[in-house]
Design a protein around this ligand. Structure first.
Ligand SMILES: Cc1cc2nc3c(=O)[nH]c(=O)nc-3n(C[C@H](O)[C@H](O)[C@H](O)COP(=O)(O)OP(=O)(O)OC[C@H]3O[C@@H](n4cnc5c(N)ncnc54)[C@H](O)[C@@H]3O)c2cc1C
Length: 430
């Protein structure tokens, strides 16, 4: 296959590149977009400021949605991951600890498990993002790592122009479409989305790696501890291979500000004094610094695109507001962005209403209801007594139990949520 890029070099001026799509960022959202563009044979350029493997502060838990997108990209990739037990920890369930300390173990339903594999896995982002990044190489993708974007703008002809530097060269790339996959502090969002100043629903999270935490579930359940002092939010313990755990805490930024909470102190305090947690850390060793980063959550539908641009993953604020899952939604939105781009290029139309119809509307049709449910559960978790009640219900109601399972394993909660009998079944503990 031939390379579809045109490269024209002059000595003083930047090297000119022409392509169909410019992707900024090569995390799960950018990688998801690039992988599916390659499958469709669409030439594109990926511009990434770091060099892979690179770390990303995260809980490192990849849900069923991540596995779903991986499988759709290439049916062999999940096998590759699950075979590599030295780096990837398969997870078979979730443990909820309600604010009153009640423990609820929910094994992921075997019906969801494909080929005997676990529905999800946990691995450091250093490993997973590099796995994805290694899959990008293709005759359709030109990849620039350690590149610095100098400017991005929409030209009078509607096309997008990006100037960037890479090694000692400067480049100018022009394309009809730009994809913001540049994470939480997205430059694409700031440059192109006029409503970027509208307040995003934010959570702040801290992550630490510990060796030697005890009392982990034998089937590597992820643990979410809904401590009263961090609601709405939770403390987590996620098992990784080699006796390491990813331990962290997340909480809504607005509440942190309003209550002047020191999140790091809350985290260390839980490790020191919480009766469900402290004894398990008595011989545990902190392996690295405790580090923090923002989680832009999807509490309500917001615009994700406009003339000549689409936003994906954290740049689009796609994190699930209850589970905190962002990797799966980043990859899923990247995949749907690639599907939409295929249609836009075929139609030769890049105006905001057409992109909205092909991307935003499709994405929210697919995962809008599940995000709405999560937003409701998140609001509900403001009230410890109500949250205790739900966990109590989940003990008894198979339907609610299955719903929680689906949140972590499946992507199709929509059918259940549209069915009125779903709600009566929960009400009557069925
Ligand atoms: C503390 C914490 C815990 C979390 N835990 C989980 C979890 O357990 N499970 C889960 O599913 N999600 C979790 N998340 C959310 C998850 O980390 C994000 O949703 C996910 O990383 C989003 O992927 P992304 O590709 O959109 O962005 P990112 O992963 O942030 O990738 C963006 C990429 O763009 C690059 N970039 C940024 N700016 C530029 C630029 N100007 N030019 C070029 N490149 C640029 C960055 O270097 C990066 O490689 C957590 C988040 C936090 C903060």
């Amino acid at each position: 296959m031939e390379n579809n890029f045109e490269e024209k070099k002059t000595s003083a001026k930047p090297t000119l590149l022409n392509t169909q799509v410019i992707i900024i960022g090569a995390g799960p959202a950018g990688a998801g977009t690039s992988i599916f563009l390659t499958k469709a044979g669409i030439p594109h350029i990926v511009i990434e400021k770091e060099i892979f493997p690179r770390d990303k502060i995260c809980g490192d838990a990849c849900s069923g949605k991540t596995v779903f997108v991986l499988r759709k990209a290439n049916s062999e990739w999940p096998d590759e991951i699950f075979k590599n037990t030295a780096e990837y920890m398969p997870s078979h369930g979730v443990t909820f600890v309600s604010p009153n300390g009640k423990v609820l173990n929910i094994p992921f339903s075997p019906a969801k498990i494909l080929k005997g594999q676990a529905p999800g896995f946990i691995t450091p982002r250093l490993t997973f993002d590099n796995f994805l990044f290694q899959k990008l190489a293709s005759p359709y993708a030109a990849i620039y790592q350690k590149a610095t974007v100098k400017s991005m703008e929409r030209q009078a002809d509607g096309k997008v122009k990006v100037n960037f530097s890479h090694t000692d060269e400067t480049y100018e790339v022009i394309a009809p479409l730009i994809i913001g996959a540049d994470g939480d502090k997205s430059q694409v969002r700031k440059s192109f989305l006029s409503s970027h100043t509208s307040p995003k629903a934010y959570c702040v999270g801290l992550r630490a790696y510990y060796q030697g935490v005890t009392g982990l579930h034998e089937n590597h359940f992820i643990e979410l501890h809904f401590l009263p002092e961090v609601l709405p939010g939770y403390f987590w313990i996620f098992p990784l291979p080699n006796g390491i755990t990813n331990v962290g805490i997340g909480m809504m930024s607005e509440r942190i500000r309003r209550k002047k909470i020191n999140l790091r102190e809350e985290m260390l305090n839980a490790i020191k004094t919480n009766p469900n947690i402290s004894h398990r850390f008595s011989n545990a060793k902190l392996l690295d610094k405790i580090q923090g980063w923002g989680l832009p959550m999807c509490m309500k539908r917001q615009p994700l695109s406009g003339d000549n641009f689409l936003l994906t993953g954290d740049a689009a604020g796609m994190i699930d507001p209850f589970t905190g899952e962002g990797i799966g939604n980043a990859m899923y939105s990247g995949m749907l962005a690639a599907f939409a781009i295929d249609e836009l290029l075929k139609a030769g139309k890049y105006d905001a209403p057409f992109i909205k119809e092909k991307y935003d509307d499709v994405l929210f049709k697919q995962i809008g209801n599940e995000l709405k449910t999560s937003a409701t559960l998140q609001r509900l978790s403001h009230y410890p007594w109500l949250f205790n009640f739900v966990v109590e219900k989940a003990h008894k109601s198979k339907t609610l139990n299955n719903t929680i399972t689906s949140m972590f394993t499946g992507i199709d909660l929509r059918k259940q949520l549209r069915n009125p009998s779903f709600y009566t079944r929960i009400l009557f503990n069925r």
